[in-house]
Design a protein. Structure first.
Length: 302
C-alpha cells in the first residue's frame, strides 16, 4: 500500500500524511515492513510502496489472523513489480468499499476477501470454449476444453438495513487494467459463466445470487469493449437473458485536463458513494425498455 492508501484505510485526515509516513518508517526500521519504489508518475515521482514481511506476518498469525504461511522476500519483490499497479488499484476499490459504511450507517461491509487470500485456495475446473457465431440464433460449435483457474480480485459482502429487513449484496470484483485482449477476456467470461452455472459460488460464498463487477482503470471505451465481448460470449450459449444482468461494468474516475476537459491517463480519487451507490454500472446489453445504468448495491433479502 502507498502512504495515502494507509491514511484512507485507517480513516485519518489528509493532514495526517506526515505522521503516518513517520510511523511507517519506524515500522520499516524495526523490520516489520519493507518497501519498494516504482515510477508511476510522468513528473518523475517515485512513490514508496510498503508491504508486510516475516516478523509482521508472524505477529499477525499469533494474533489469530489468517495470513500466508510461506514468505520469501525475493518472490515478494518479483510479484510486486509484476502486479503492483493492479494490486494498488484493487486496494483503492476496497478502501472505497470500506468508506461507504462510514458514510452511510445503514450499509455494512460485512466481509471482504482480498485476492491474496483467495489465491491460496484457487478454484479449478474444466470449461468448454466455443467458436464465434455469425448470429445470435446460430448454435455455437465446440472449439476445445481446457482447465480454468478462477480467483476473483476480491469478494465483497454488503449488508443493508431497509424497512426492518437485512438485505445482502454479494459481489465478485474483477479489476481490469485495459491490458487483456479479446480472446483472453472472453475466456474469462466463459470461465466465470461456467463457475456460476455450477453453483460453486453458493458453496464458497453462501450467496445464491452474486454480481460479477468489472471495474477498469481504462476509459469508457474500454467499458464498451468489455460489454461487447461479454455479449458475444453469452450469445454463444444463449445465456444473454439468464446471466446478462449478473455482469456489470464501470470505469474508475480519471483526472480531467482543465484546459481541454479531456480525461487524462492518471486516475482520480474514488468517491465511495459514487462508485457503489450511484447508477454508474452498465449491463452487457441494452434491454427492450432502453438501456439504464444501475447502482452496484442492489441487495437481495437474506
Amino acid at each position: 500500500m502507498t502512504v495515502s492508501q494507509v491514511v484512507k484505510a485507517l480513516g485519518y485526515s489528509k493532514n495526517s500524511l506526515p505522521t503516518v509516513r513517520t510511523r511507517l518508517a519506524s515500522l520499516e526500521k524495526k523490520g516489520y515492513i519493507s518497501s519498494i519504489y516504482l515510477p508511476t508518475d510522468r513528473k518523475g515521482n517515485f512513490p514508496k510502496i510498503f508491504y508486510l514481511v516475516s516478523p509482521a506476518l508472524e505477529y499477525l498469525r499469533d494474533e489469530g489472523y489468517d495470513v500466508a504461511h510461506r514468505f520469501r522476500p525475493t518472490e515478494q519483490k518479483e510479484k510486486q513489480y509484476l502486479f503492483l499497479k493492479h494490486t494498488l488499484a484493487v486496494n483503492d476499490v476496497l478502501i472505497a468499499a470500506k468508506q461507504v459504511e462510514k458514510q452511510f450507517p445503514q450499509v455494512t461491509l460485512y466481509e471482504f476477501r482480498h485476492e491474496r487470500e483467495l489465491k491460496r485456495d484457487p478454484e479449478k475446473f474444466t470449461i468448454t470454449l466455443y467458436h464465434e457465431t455469425e448470429s445470435d440464433t446460430e448454435e455455437a460449435k465446440v472449439w476445445k476444453q481446457e482447465e480454468f483457474y478462477f480467483v476473483p480480485d476480491a469478494f465483497l459482502d454488503f449488508r443493508m438495513e431497509q424497512e426492518n429487513k437485512t438485505l445482502r449484496a454479494a459481489i465478485l470484483l474483477e479489476l481490469d487494467r485495459d491490458t487483456t485482449e479479446r480472446r483472453r477476456f472472453q475466456e474469462k467470461i466463459r470461465g466465470i459463466l461456467t463457475y456460476l452455472k455450477s453453483d460453486r459460488h453458493v458453496k464458497r460464498y453462501k450467496a445464491r445470487k452474486i454480481t460479477v463487477a468489472f471495474v477498469t482503470t481504462g476509459t469508457q471505451k474500454r467499458v464498451e469493449k468489455m460489454r461487447e465481448w461479454t455479449r458475444n460470449e453469452l450469445a454463444k450459449t444463449h445465456d444473454t437473458w439468464d446471466y446478462g444482468k449478473t455482469f456489470v461494468f464501470t470505469a474508475l474516475p480519471h483526472k480531467i485536463d482543465p484546459d481541454t476537459q479531456r480525461e487524462l491517463d492518471e486516475l482520480d480519487d474514488i468517491d465511495p458513494a459514487q462508485l457503489f451507490l450511484s447508477p454508474v454500472w452498465e449491463f452487457p446489453f441494452t434491454d427492450k425498455k432502453g438501456f439504464k445504468k444501475v447502482a452496484i448495491l442492489a441487495p437481495e433479502p437474506l
